[in-house]
Structures are given as structure tokens and as C-alpha cells.
Design a protein around this ligand. Structure first.
Ligand SMILES: C[S@@+](CC[C@H](N)C(=O)[O-])C[C@H]1O[C@@H](n2cnc3c(N)ncnc32)[C@H](O)[C@@H]1O
Length: 395
């Protein structure tokens, strides 16, 4: 396959993370030409898709467009797919997997679409070559994605395969870790400058602090991953991938880095956070310590203090957590002046207990729960922090 042909590239993302992804694309020099609810598109070649896979922090998948056609039923879908030249894309001795999304009338289960597309590709090979590549559910080799909506079907190479939302450093889990792409999107949305202090009490398994360290030291996700779907396309030549990999290795800098502090009350959380940071190559860039969030070392001036407290699922848990959110408000007010405070939480009732006026509330989705990133401007000097009257009152 020709890796220099320009096509539409669709980049998928989680709900509410479009702005962060757009910001990244702009920085990398790509112009967004379209958007849908959970994706944005740019124009580019397969080489661009390689670059985007290695560099994007907030994306989920990079899909390279192959073909779009009208299809009213499975029969027509089969015919159009079978008529496409798959021998150019899938190596005869290769392996491919299919994923799809469809809202077509009568399609209740996307697996039937996957099966029809797989059969059409296999039949194309049998007619053209008398043999066919293997296929199945394993997305660690060549992945295809079929988007069949309102009688229009678009077929893409999913050049990522396994999602690039995972950045490859999470060895040890801890309570409710954020996804790596979500943590990166949260940081981009704070507007943190990668120079001023980044203070992360209640760090858990360290995702926010690790993503901050990766960003500040220009370590891109492609550094810690060595297999992508694009590597399994027919005619793949590793020269361009190696070029981009070398480019991102050369960009890594450990000079003039900001102070990044990560603390947690639990030894297990710190153990996980340190193991993950070590695997991500940023252990030395983060100062970890075990303490109550109020005892976190407040280094330098300005910057951000960002916390992701537990938000509880049952009523009893929520009641127990209310005072903690109140103490976060006290901590912000007394110890974080001159900085910008952030609380990432999935419970608006608990958020009220912080008791400070929010400057911004940004929506996110975490593990299917609607969450908010709450921003608090923590003025220094004479400007008083405004306190809401209802802070500890039961709701
Ligand atoms: C929801 S988890 C944070 C998850 C984290 N964002 C991640 O990606 O792994 C909340 C963390 O707050 C910590 N924590 C709870 N109460 C605390 C307190 N009073 N002081 C410091 N840490 C606390 C817990 O140990 C837990 O690791």
C-alpha cells in the first residue's frame, strides 16, 4: 500500500475531550477539517497516521479512511467490501480483525456487520489468490473499522489497533485510576504551562503527576510502545516509524523542568505511583511523599494544585466524604494562595462542600460517570477568597 496517499484521518476521543485533542493537533501542525461527537478529522497520509499514533496524548484511535459507499442492507455491504482491493492492504500471510459501529435498521448486534465484512474480505482473497489471511478478534495486528450509519458506510484502517488512550506505563493499579488520555486532557484543560509547580495531593497511582512529567519533559506516548496496527499493513516499511521514534527520543529533555509533587496518605498508592512513574521514565522528575493532603510540601510559587478525591457511590460513603471536601476548601484557602486549585470529582453534592467559588466547571466522563473539573482561583494578598455560606450544611 502507498503510505504517501493523502486521505481523511479520523481521530477518536472520549466525550468532552475534543478541545484538548484539537489543541494537540494544532501544536503538531494539523488543521482540523471536520468533527463529530467523538472524533475530529484531519487530512493526511499513512505517514501522518504513524506520527499521530506516536505523539497524541489525548486521543483513542487514529483511523485512516479507505472507502465510503452507500449500503442499504448487509447484501450490498458484502458486495461493496468484496469488490475492494484488499490484497493491496492486508498481507496474504497476515492477520486482520474488524470492529464496527452501525445504526442501520435491523442491525441489533455489530458482530453481524463484523462477520459480513470478514467474509467479504476472505472471499475477495480466495477469488484473487486462492488463499486468504487469518482473521479473528485479536486487535494487536491489522485492525479495520467500519462505520455504517444512515445507509452510508465508511471503511477505515484503525492504524492504532490497541487504543492509544493507554500510555503503557500502568503496571500497578490503585483505587479508581484515571485513564491516561483523560488525565492528559484534564491537564491540557487547566492550561498548565509545564514550567510552574504542579502539585498533586491524593495522587493515587500517580496518573496526573506522571502525565504532567511526561508533558514537561516532552516524552511522547510512542516512546513506551512498540506495536501498532499500521505495522501490519501490506508493504509497511519501518523506516518512517524509526524516523519519528528517533525524533521523539531526541526531543526528550530533563533540563529546566518544573517541580512536580505527588502525595498520598496510603503506602499502597505511593508504591503503585512510583512503580508506574519508573516505568514511564519519570520517577526522578516527581517528588513523591506519603502524607495527608494538608501536609503536602508547597514548593515554589504559582502553578496548580490538582486533586482527584474519591467521590463515593453509596450514600454512606458520600456523607463520610463531605468533611474531606470541606478540608480541601480550607487547604486551598490557607495553603495554596497564589496558585490555581482544581478538584476533579464525579459528585456535585460533594463538590459543594469545598465551599469556594468556582471560576470554571468543565465536564468530563470518567468510567461512565459524568464528572467535573472545578477550577478555583486562589488569590494572594488582599483579594479575599469568597466562601459560600452553605459549605458544611447538609443538603
Ligand atoms: C480517586 S483516588 C486518586 C486516583 C488517581 N487520580 C489515579 O489516577 O490513580 C483518591 C486518592 O486519595 C487518597 N486519599 C484519600 N484521603 C486522603 C487524605 N486525607 N490525604 C491524602 N490522600 C488521601 C486515596 O488514598 C486515593 O489514592
Amino acid at each position: 500500500m502507498n503510505f504517501d496517499t493523502s486521505q481523511k484521518i479520523l481521530i477518536t476521543h472520549a466525550l468532552h475531550t475534543e478541545n484538548a485533542l484539537r489543541g494537540e493537533l494544532q501544536q503538531l501542525g494539523y488543521k482540523v477539517i471536520g468533527r463529530d461527537r467523538l472524533n475530529v478529522s484531519v487530512n493526511g497520509t499513512l505517514k501522518d497516521a504513524i506520527r499521530l499514533n506516536l505523539k497524541l496524548r489525548t486521543a483513542h484511535r487514529v483511523l485512516y479512511h479507505l472507502n465510503t459507499f452507500k449500503a442499504f442492507d448487509l447484501g450490498r455491504l458484502y458486495k461493496k467490501i468484496k469488490g475492494y482491493d484488499w490484497t493491496d492492504i492486508i498481507p496474504l500471510n497476515g492477520y486482520f480483525s474488524i470492529n464496527s459501529y452501525s445504526n442501520q435498521k435491523g442491525i441489533r448486534d455489530n458482530r453481524i456487520v463484523n462477520l459480513k465484512v470478514k467474509d467479504a474480505i476472505a472471499d475477495h482473497f480466495m477469488e484473487a489468490k486462492g488463499e486468504r489471511p487469518d482473521s479473528g478478534k485479536d486487535s494487536s495486528q491489522l485492525s479495520l473499522f467500519v462505520y455504517w450509519v444512515d445507509n452510508t458506510c465508511s471503511v477505515y484502517i484503525d492504524t492504532s489497533g490497541e487504543s492509544i488512550a493507554k500510555h503503557g506505563y500502568r503496571l500497578e493499579g490503585w483505587k479508581a485510576p484515571l485513564s491516561e488520555a483523560l488525565a492528559a486532557s484534564i491537564i491540557v484543560n487547566t492550561g498548565w504551562d509545564s514550567k510552574s509547580p504542579f502539585i498533586n495531593p491524593m495522587c493515587g497511582s500517580g496518573t496526573l503527576a506522571i502525565e504532567a512529567a511526561l508533558m514537561a519533559s516532552k516524552r511522547y506516548p510512542g516512546l513506551s510502545r512498540s506495536n501498532y496496527s499500521f505495522m501490519h499493513i501490506n508493504g509497511y516499511d519501518s523506516a518512517y516509524y524509526k524516523e519519528v521514534k528517533k525524533e521523539i527520543e531526541d526531543q526528550v529533555t530533563d533540563q529546566d523542568l518544573p517541580q512536580i509533587i505527588a502525595t498520598d496518605i496510603h503506602a499502597g498508592a505511593l508504591r503503585a505511583a512510583k512503580a508506574n512513574a519508573k516505568w514511564a521514565g519519570v520517577l526522578d522528575l516527581i517528588q513523591f511523599s506519603r502524607c495527608k493532603f494538608q501536609d503536602t510540601l508547597m514548593v515554589g510559587e504559582g502553578g496548580i494544585v490538582i486533586m482527584n478525591p474519591e467521590y463515593g457511590e453509596r450514600m454512606g460513603q458520600v456523607d463520610q466524604l463531605k468533611p474531606i471536601y470541606g478540608h480541601i476548601g480550607d487547604f486551598f484557602k490557607n495553603d495554596c494562595k497564589g496558585r490555581t486549585g482544581y478538584v476533579f470529582t464525579g459528585n456535585p453534592e460533594l463538590a459543594k462542600s469545598v465551599g469556594l467559588r468556582t471560576k470554571r466547571k468543565l465536564p468530563f466522563l470518567n468510567a461512565m460517570i459524568e464528572c467535573r473539573l472545578l477550577e478555583y482561583e486562589l488569590y494572594e494578598g488582599t483579594k479575599k477568597l469568597s466562601r459560600k455560606p452553605d459549605r458544611y450544611s447538609p443538603s
